[in-house]
Every structure is written in structure tokens, then in C-alpha cells.
Design a protein around this ligand. Sequence first.
Ligand code: HSE
Length: 309
Amino acid sequence: MRESIKVFAPATVANVTCGFDILGFAVDQPGDEIMLRKSNSGSVNIIQITGDEGALPLDPDKNTCSVVIKKFLSDLGLEQGIDIFLDKKMPLGSGLGSSAASSVAAIFAINELMGSPLRLDELLPYAMEGERVACGAAHADNVAPGLYGGFVLIRSYDPLDVIKLKTPEHLFATLVHPHIEVKTKDAREILRKQIYFKESVKQSGNVAGLIAGLLTSDFGLISRSMHDYIVEPIRSILIPGYNEIKEAAMEMGALGAGISGSGPSIFALSNDKDISKKIAVEMRRIYTNFNIESETYVSRISQNGPRII
Ligand code: HSE
């Protein structure tokens, strides 16, 4: 049996325009790295967190990684001391699934370290618990694609029913992360609690269209379906330059664009890698004009979840 393990877990784009809390996909990078080491302390301790500028709690009852690991050990009746070393290789409050990457890395790593007693699908509720600690809601649209890789649909939360969708081979995401922070908890609180029947019909049509388009590699259908009538009008107000970035991406040939998770990152999907790269350059240029620092990532829809490094 291993004494220690190091795991990488990827960033994810949740919602994917019309699919609030039910659609998400994984990207190749960025992502988080966690190292777990067995100890004789009999308890779960966070030894070191790097890359977070001191923002994350070191208290094992408040940190997503340690909460997830403690629950796993307690549910399985395992009395194993664990030392945690977390390297945040992606920004917090960015909309790139930062807390999800940590939760996924933690649950995947502890399961491997203890000899894989649980299957991948049994790990998902633990990773969702990490999201509850981070933002108050156990949403799965970051942790599910983070854990399974690929493009994922959460058909139901109760009971949990998660489906990995086939996607066209040539599908690329461009992400831009402007250096402002939007907390998922706040971005959820500002949403309307009720929506109109008419809006629900339009939104459902788009979710169905997007999934049908992905399954049949119908890029026109994917493009027509990437609209969000419910969340984007409210949340986009929190993101400077949002309309400019989205318009530029569409003019340059993106299939669609929207807020990544709860923002402020913005994503665009394209079926051509060169277009994705050009969109990234333009996104940065626009933020430079706004005097806002940013970084961009171009990635295919990654089929990979966490991996041992
Ligand atoms: N579905 C979640 C939300 C994703 O939009 O609040 C958060 O990354």
C-alpha cells in the first residue's frame, strides 16, 4: 500500500450557458494538485496550502479538502491520520471550478491512497459535499465533469443521475479569467427565486438542442442552442467587458459563449483550434483596454478526470 499520493484534478466549465447546475465540462488545464501523506497523528491535518495567497482556511473542519477526506474516512470506519498539502494552481472565485478541483483531487486521492474501496460514481457525493462547504450548495456541475472528465449532464440531483455525453472530436474551449473575484455564494444569492413558464420553455428547448447537437456533432444546432435567458442577464452585470468579449468571440467564429460557472471567467466554444486561439488573443486585448489583468486558456473538451502524478 502507498504511504503518499499526489493527484491533479482539472478545471471545469459549469452551466455551459443554458444548463444552470446541470451541464459542465472538463478542460486540460489549469487544475489543482494535492499531496496526501499517511501519518500516525490519528487525525486529518492541513500542513500546507500554496497558491491561494492565504485565502483558504487551514481549519480541517472548514476546508473543502479536509472535510471531504474526513467524511470518507469516517463513513468507511477508517482511523487513518492524513497530512494534506494542497497546491492551488488555479485562481479562487474565478468561475473555473476551483473549489471543485480541490474537492475532486482530495476524494480521488484519499480513495486511491486507501486502496480504492469506492467506485468513481460513489466518490461524487463526497466531492459535492466539498462544494457545499465552499459555497453553501452541493451543486455537481463542476465536480461531476471534474471527476469523470468530458461533458456531463446532471439529469437529477435526487436521486443523483449523472450522464457523460459524447461530444464532437473537434470542440475547443477558450477561457478568459479577468482578475476580479466573484464568490459563487454571492452569485447564487442574486439569482431570481422564480422564473416564468415561458422562460422555462425557451431554456429547456436550448438544453435539449445543445445536447442533441453534441451527440450528433451538429455545430449549427450547438450554436443555436447556446443561449441563457435566466442567469446570464443577472450575472453578466457583475463582469466588466462581458458583452464586448462575447460579441468579439461570436464575430470571430465561436459557436457560442457565456459565463463560465458563476463567473467572472468567460468561455467560448469553437470547432476550430485556430479560431479558439485567436479568440483568446482578442479576449486579452479587450481586458487590457479595460485596464483589467487577465489570463486565457485554450483547451479541448478534456476526456480526463483526475490523475495520479
Ligand atoms: N452551477 C453553479 C452556479 C456553478 O452557477 O452557481 C458554479 O461554478
